[in-house]
Ligand binder design. Structure first.
Ligand SMILES: [Zn+2]
Ligand SMILES: [Zn+2]
Length: 151
């Protein structure tokens, strides 16, 4: 997504979900590490974390809505902070995200161990151990556990 596409997307989401124009700048800021976006009270521009795009368009639009809640409420002199009732109500109404998803990706895997050579195999889905054997020795795999990994 280019800078211009981001600007156009924020303007579109503002019109579609808030019925109001976004009249300032929306920019990518790669220095944002754990937050999805940031609203600047002084000049009203919005920063967005480009790493959040990895979560897909729907999640990213949720982040845009969250930042637009800060933006519109602040400009209208209403409660624009997370703790404010105005903010909570507008966030719920527009379907904005409550928290930015983490940049690191969590993956749940099924772990199997070969009964013959003890190799541990990770798979995203459960496998039929009667049909699929160990990649090394074709030995019988036994399910061990399910783990959530951070990648
Ligand atoms: Zn916020
Ligand atoms: Zn094996």
């Amino acid at each position: 997504m280019t800078q211009e596409e981001l600007q156009a997307l924020v303007e579109q989401v503002s019109l579609d979900s808030f019925g109001k124009a976004f009249r300032h700048r929306a920019v990518f800021n790669a220095r944002l590490k754990t937050t999805g976006g940031r609203y600047h009270l002084n000049d009203h521009h919005l920063d967005f974390n480009p790493a959040m795009l990895q979560h897909g368009q729907e999640v990213f639009v949720g982040i845009i809505k969250h930042e637009l809640c800060h933006y519109h409420l602040h400009l209208e002199g209403k409660g624009y902070q997370h703790k404010d009732a105005d903010f909570k109500a507008l966030l719920a109404k527009t379907g904005g995200s409550r928290f930015a998803p983490s940049v690191t990706k969590k993956v749940t895997v099924q772990r199997y161990q070969c009964q013959n050579c003890n190799t541990v195999v990770e798979r995203r889905r459960k496998i039929n151990t009667n049909r699929y054997g160990c990649g090394n020795c074709r030995g019988k795999l036994l399910w061990i556990d399910t783990r959530t990994l951070v990648r």
